[in-house]
Design a protein around this ligand. Structure first.
Ligand SMILES: *Cc1c(COP(=O)(O)O)cnc(C)c1O
Length: 362
């Protein structure tokens, strides 16, 4: 029996993608071995690799100016690799600070070179409850790039309109909301997302890079860290995480069947609206700290009147078949992660549980 999984990452995967993996595991397409036992240079794996890239290209509408890369080391490695590639000596990069992950990205950039905070919404209590408005950005028109975190997994905030950054290249960490809805990737010089939140298992990171931008990346860094090297080799310079890419293929095929990114957006909006509406209707008991315009559709953060009640809520939800609801240790409370694989019915189950809980304990 499968549980209802609200884990923040690694997160639940769509059942059809797992069932397909189960059916193909031992004997992949009559080859007598599993996909992970194949050479990454053989035709069987190559077909999976190329299909994953073409599904990404089709679903996201990636233009010819851009290219998909499969990388490893997660988003955390990109925090270092982005400045290694794009922070040329004598230049500085702008960071938009909206949570723990943007802080980590900024800290890594400062080790590599010059970085400045072009906006921050950190509160006096060190927490973040919103993303900045355009008027709050103090952008350097000569910056090497502007970096933002599109969805703040811990605090439950999300950018709903992209900032205007003029001609400065825009870079985004989209780890926790990649492909949650149609996205104009041409706005970004480089975007990246660890797969384990919204797309697949851990072990692979997907980047969408503007070709001319990565071609101008620094050459005075080890080859393995150069995005241009991975681009020139179609992400096959070294052995890629073949099984993780294969599982992403299964999830992408499922997303396509569900109506692509327009289908994902419709489901995701319905899910978020159901949950926030219920929290607002029970605002005497549940407190959702994030400002309305910055509310995330991916990670919904809320608190009960006491930490003891938070813990009881999590324990009783588990008995009711719902897991992954405990808030991050930094932000506390409850966090329900409503990634693509979570269904509208899953959220309906959570909503009836939390309304019943408020009636009993409120
Ligand atoms: C989870 C997460 C990361 C870290 O990903 P790793 O794969 O652990 O490096 C970075 N950024 C965001 C927005 C995340 O949600």
């Amino acid at each position: 029996m499968r549980v209802i999984n609200f884990n923040p990452g690694p997160a639940g995967l769509p059942l059809p993608a797992l069932e397909r993996a189960r059916d193909e595991l031992i004997d992949f397409q009559g080859s007598g071995m599993s996909v992970m036992e194949h050479s990454h240079r053989g035709k069987e794996y190559e077909a999976v690799h190329d299909e994953t890239i073409s599904l990404l290209t089709e679903l996201l509408g990636i233009p010819d100016t851009h290219q998909v890369l499969f990388l490893t080391g997660g988003a955390s490695q990109q925090f270092a690799q982005v400045p290694m590639n794009f922070l040329h000596p004598g230049t500085s990069a702008d960071y938009l600070m909206t949570g723990v992950w943007s802080e980590k990205a900024y800290d890594e950039a400062r080790i590599v070179g010059q970085a400045r905070i072009a906006a921050t919404t950190v509160g006096p209590d060190k927490r973040y409850v919103r993303v900045p408005g355009q008027g709050e950005l103090q952008l350097d028109p000569r910056a090497a790039y502007v970096h933002l975190t599109s969805n703040n997994t811990l605090y439950g905030t999300q950018w709903h309109t992209w900032p205007e950054v003029g001609s400065v290249p825009l870079i985004a960490d989209m780890s926790s909301d990649f492909m949650w809805k149609p996205t104009d990737v041409s706005r970004f010089a480089f975007l990246y997302a660890g797969a384990q939140k919204n797309l697949g298992p851990s072990g692979v990171l997907i980047a969408v890079a503007r070709k001319d931008f990565i071609a101008q990346g620094r050459r005075d860094i080890p080859k393995i860290f150069r995005y241009s090297l991975h681009a020139e080799n179609n992400s096959l310079y070294n052995t890629p995480p073949t099984l993780a890419i294969y599982l992403c293929r299964n999830v992408l095929a499922w997303m396509k069947e569900q109506g692509g990114l327009a289908g994902m957006e419709a489901r995701n909006r319905q899910k978020g609206e159901l949950l926030y509406r219920s929290l607002d209707a029970n605002a005497g008991f549940y407190r959702a700290p994030v400002e309305r315009e910055s509310r995330s559709f991916m990670n919904v953060v809320f608190h009960l009147p006491t930490p003891e009640l938070d813990a009881t809520f999590v324990a009783e939800a588990k008995k009711a078949g719902m897991v992954g609801l405990k808030g991050h240790r930094i932000s506390g409370g409850i966090r329900a992660s409503l990634y693509n694989a979570v269904s509208v019915d899953d959220v309906r189950a959570l909503v009836s549980f939390l309304e019943e809980f408020a009636r009993k304990k409120g």
